[in-house]
Unconditional design. Structure first.
Length: 685
């Protein structure tokens, strides 16, 4: 299977005449005139299907690892025995052979196996068909950094224009369709411009390592006027709210047309655009979601939480995403010892600077699993996101001095990195790939990896002291799947493992939250004392109604529960955060299962308001690569429990299996999506 091309190469043809022939261009005898190229045709209709690039409707694009053909038109008959022909391929503004940006290929009688070469395929008078080969498929396994020997995976990770993004809560995972659209008109030109703007030297553009790293900084706007401005929380008065995007095409084309960053994005859109860019450039790529994703800001390899001497939470620079999306790109790692090729984590969401720039990766997933955080790039950051322990420290004031002293109170070993997810190859199901990033939670191998990582962190003594055993266990039951508009019921359970009764004071606070963990407004608060008998259980219940939470929810409709519990007898302190998402309804899309290129059909979008309040600021969006350009449709307010239906005409532009994607946003409901797969046929002859 061929690879994707990195950057653009413009073929240049040189013709060398034999010394004995006349060079008088004014000769009246056509046979005496110098041989000259009159035209060149890149055989898109032939090369495109053979190279799986026929979806690029505007360009002839070829991939490494197999031959492609060009037709040459000369000013006179070509003599294969006496005329000498050389093809020169150039890349960049200053092509040089020693930099790998200029290549000259003498055109012979046959191509050479395993190397760049060119040969005459067919000569017919003034017309000559030339076969140009890069390297053989066998040779490409050794020299091509993105070689992937699996056609079904290539179909998924390079050619598929549609996928899913997973979000929500680790116990109740939601998904939304995303249109990557890497073959849509204009997208290849956008991606090549991103390469040019990235600052990569032309010879570095041959490296999947450096291209993927450069694209992780170009998809965000913080350093190079890249594609998207990150803003995980509103208001979004001067741009598009991140939850409104259905795909990458609208975002990339807007950036290209305006030559300035597009407002606004969050991790879902950063990851979606990154997938599009990498696939367009021929690098196998997929979007990844990590639930309970830690952000370790001091490179300690731990997630640090602080409470004061009364157990009240204190500010911490570390923070936790309810979920976070990044990407994986498939490549060899010639810059690392053998064994670290394959899937590499790359992240375009700007969180922390790497080498002074907001970029992340590529980081070997296998290195993350084994705690080898010293390997490039940004392995420390990715490791902490999926496998940091949560350490709670209590800070005590010394009344006789200005100093404080700190005591480690607890270590939670399995709170970070859950249900790491991506779309399964060849179907619309979710695949859990957590085992790629970490050994089974709590296993000896996983504990060794954690301690190995901590050795190279900013707090290498993190595991030197011993945490005392705590005899009261705490557990929050927030696993119910709550729908928007339902009453929410949360229970804090506690189990006393000692032989004496324990008196517990529990304080629960529920806040509306952004998915980054930042609170948006208090929903409810409860404090309660509980006496738990020896070996017994106790609980605290907390409830709140739609009237209490609807006006306070923000994007993603997340509720974060903060729990602080204090055991009087033993001074044990429990501090925990638990979150869940209120689920929105789906859109219902209806359309013919089959359509025809160039013939108009209708798609209907149906939505029912599940709430007892009116929805304002209602907007529908619909798009689908090869079916429909992104379209925004404002709608009047929708009353309580009301159903509305939209009918949209679409005229398919490409044959094949396509997907139409629609979304709905309003003042109180976000992330309402739907999709419909359609088979588009070519017109009958």
């Amino acid at each position: 299977m061929p690879r994707g091309k990195k950057g653009s190469s413009t073929p240049r043809l040189l013709v060398e005449k034999p010394q004995s022939e006349s060079t008088d261009d004014a000769s009246t005898n056509p046979a005496d005139r110098p041989l000259r190229v009159e035209g060149i045709t890149f055989l898109k209709d032939e090369n495109g299907p053979a190279h799986h690039t026929d979806e690029f409707v505007e360009n002839c694009v070829v991939r490494r690892g197999q031959s492609f053909f060009v037709d040459l038109l000369f000013n006179k008959e070509f003599n294969q025995k006496s005329d000498k022909l050389t093809i020169e391929l150039q890349s960049g503004p200053n092509p040089l052979p020693n930099k790998g940006t200029m290549l000259r290929l003498p055109v012979g009688d046959a191509v050479k196996e395993g190397e760049w070469s060119a040969a005459v395929e067919k000569a017919d008078g003034e017309n000559v068909k030339v076969n140009i080969t890069t390297v053989s498929q066998k040779a490409s396994q050794k020299c091509d950094q993105t070689y992937l020997d699996d056609d079904t995976k290539l179909e998924e990770y390079v050619l598929n224009e549609k996928g899913y993004q997973y979000f929500g809560h680790k116990d109740h995972i939601s998904q939304r369709p995303w249109s990557f659209g890497q073959f849509e008109p204009g997208i290849l030109e956008v991606c090549l411009l991103l390469l040019d703007w990235s600052g990569l030297r032309d010879n570095a553009k041959r490296s999947a390592v450096w291209v993927s790293r450069a694209m992780s900084k170009m998809v965000n706007s913080l350093d190079d006027d890249g594609v998207l401005v990150g803003k995980p929380s509103g208001p979004y008065l001067d741009g598009t709210p991140p939850v409104c995007w259905n795909g990458s095409v609208d975002i990339l084309l807007q950036w290209f047309q305006e030559r300035r960053p597009v407002k606004y994005g969050e991790c879902l859109s950063f990851s979606g655009v990154m997938t599009t860019v990498l696939r367009c450039l021929g690098i196998p790529a997929r979007s990844i979601t990590n639930f309970e994703s830690a952000v370790d800001t001091d490179a300690s390899m731990t997630f640090d939480r602080y409470v004061d001497d009364q157990g009240v939470p204190l500010p911490s620079e570390d923070f936790m995403w309810m979920f976070h999306l990044w990407n994986e790109a498939w490549m060899a790692r010639p810059d690392l010892p053998e064994g670290y090729g394959g899937w590499q984590a790359v992240d375009a969401t700007p969180q922390q600077a790497s080498n002074g720039v907001y970029q992340c990766g590529p980081c070997p997933v296998s290195a993350v699993k084994n705690g080898q955080v010293y390997l490039p790039f940004d392995t420390r950051f990715v490791f902490a996101a999926v496998n940091a322990d949560i350490m709670t420290f209590q800070i005590f004031e010394d009344p006789e001095s200005v100093y404080q002293y700190v005591e480690k109170r607890s270590v939670r070993k399995s709170a970070v990195g859950w249900n790491i997810s991506t779309k399964k190859v060849g179907c619309n199901e979710r695949e859990d790939i957590t085992e790629n990033y970490k050994h089974p939670e709590g296993s000896d191998q996983e504990r060794v990896a954690v301690r190995e990582a901590a050795r190279y962190g900013s707090y290498p003594d993190a595991y030197e002291d011993v945490i005392k055993k705590e005899d009261v266990e705490f557990y929050v039951n927030s696993h119910a799947k709550y729908k928007m508009g339902e009453e929410v019921h949360i229970t804090l359970y506690m189990k006393n493992n000692s032989k004496e009764s324990r008196h517990v004071t529990a304080h629960l606070t529920a806040n509306a939250s952004y998915y980054t963990g930042t609170p948006a407004g208090k929903i409810g608060e409860l404090e309660q004392d509980v006496t738990v008998e020896p070996g017994g259980e106790g609980f605290v219940d907390m409830k709140f109604t739609p009237k209490e939470y609807l006006d306070k929810l923000v994007e993603q409709a997340i509720v974060k529960l903060f729990v602080m519990a204090h055991v009087d007898t033993t001074e044990q302190v429990y501090v925990g955060e638990h979150d869940f998402r209120l689920v929105s309804p789906d859109l219902i899309l209806k359309a013919p299962s089959e359509m025809t290129v160039g013939q108009q059909s209708n798609v209907t979008v149906e939505f029912t308001n599940p709430l007892d309040v009116k929805l304002t600021q209602a907007v529908f969006r619909i798009e689908g690569p090869g079916l429909q350009k992104p379209k925004t449709i404002p709608h009047p307010p929708i009353g309580p429990k009301k159903t509305v239906t939209l009918t949209e005409p679409i005229t398919p532009g490409k044959a094949g299996k396509k997907t139409i994607v629609a979304s709905f946003t309003s003042d109180k409901l976000q992330q309402v999506t739907g999709e419909k797969e359609i088979v588009v046929k070519k017109p009958s002859a």
